[in-house]
Ligand binder design. Sequence first.
Ligand code: ATP
Ligand code: MG
Length: 423
Amino acid sequence: MHEIIIGRSPADLEKYGNRGTGVIGRHYVGRKGEQHMTTTVRLDLAMPHIIGLFGKRGQGKSYSMGSIAEEIARQPDDIRMNMAALIVDTMGIYWSMKEPNERDFQLLALWRLKPKGFPVDTLIPEGLVPLFNENKIPFDGTYSFKPSELDIGSWALTFNIDLDTEMGLLLAKVIKFMNEERDDFSLEDIVQKIKEQDVEHVAKEALMNRFIVAQSWGIFNPKGTSIFDIIKPGRIAIIDVSQFGLSSGGWSVNSLVVGLLARKILEERMKARRQEELEGMSGSKATRHMPITWMLIDEAHQFLPAEGITPASGPLLQWVKIGREPGVSLVLATQMPNKLHQEAISQCDLVISHRLTSSDDINALAGTMQTYQKYGIADYYDALPRVKGAAIVLDDNSERIIQLRMRPRMSWHAGGSPVAIKD
Ligand SMILES: Nc1ncnc2c1ncn2[C@@H]1O[C@H](COP(=O)(O)OP(=O)(O)OP(=O)(O)O)[C@@H](O)[C@H]1O
Ligand SMILES: [Mg+2]
């Protein structure tokens, strides 16, 4: 059957056909108001991409992000085992991917799909295990970071401390001390070290308080989790950061978690890439590799904002700038592309955008595409059928722009709007 493959260049299409792609929707054809769905649209998952996933509130971004993750999980073993995915779950909604979407079995049948749950790993901060247990919230594993993995800048950004202030100077001094001494220190050790300093009382108290609060995040442990226990071949890990988002300064903690993970994954992928090259030359096979990794980030503008920096800005920009060679991919979902870092926008090779109406946001998209597509994007939005999941695709790889309906989810989507009237 004829199908459209987005994210794949004509040369790669010729070479690989539709291997390593996943069904994400169907092409809309016809004039405004008369569109009907035709050809299947597949998305390339085998090559590195920066995908912008945009749209107004409630139009289907989080839902579509789940569909992309499902397609990664549905790859045949020989492809899937070379890949892994990490979903940054800011709303605590992706755990439900384990459950089949029975609710929409009729809709799925129209697409010749069946409800299906996927084996995802929901990971929570190690220190929050008692809290999750108490509230009977299930999880599959935990994660933590060594305090020594954070440099002075990361601490400063996380705590929103200006390094030129009294407190900033103290922070820099103490972290430098700690890092020079050993690499398995705890937050308590840092607090102790601050206490020992002979400096102004107010700055000392304020800094100690910040580290005491940081203990409650549950993400620090002198041992830390190996990144290989988080990112596993063929698996989808879900990092639930929703509990930090609501507290004050919560986005900094979220960003710190994302930044640390992004940095480690990229480092390991760079090592893996070298190993893969060597293996390619010698024909031998090394043991443990970081798989080609997809990171899917909901509310991405909070992590990589257009203005200001977060602890995730640097590591994510690295992914954006140099991620193609080591083979890391990003899906950046946001309501406001205009608020996403300009570099990320301009490096998107693929944009899947549900309805957008603000002209600032629409104009931001023009920056992603080459001249051949810059004009008339607003017309494409205007002509989009007014149904959930309808989207336009701007694809730099195949140099085309299409309208599509994203497919229904096979797994349960927990992110719908609550309705006061019960069925
Ligand atoms: N492709 C689709 N097919 C059918 N229904 C869909 C589709 N996409 C979205 N929906 C419906 O729309 C609802 C809202 O989608 P979703 O939660 O993804 O919105 P969102 O764009 O992430 O919104 P927000 O910006 O508020 O997070 C879903 O719960 C689902 O019922
Ligand atoms: Mg959403």
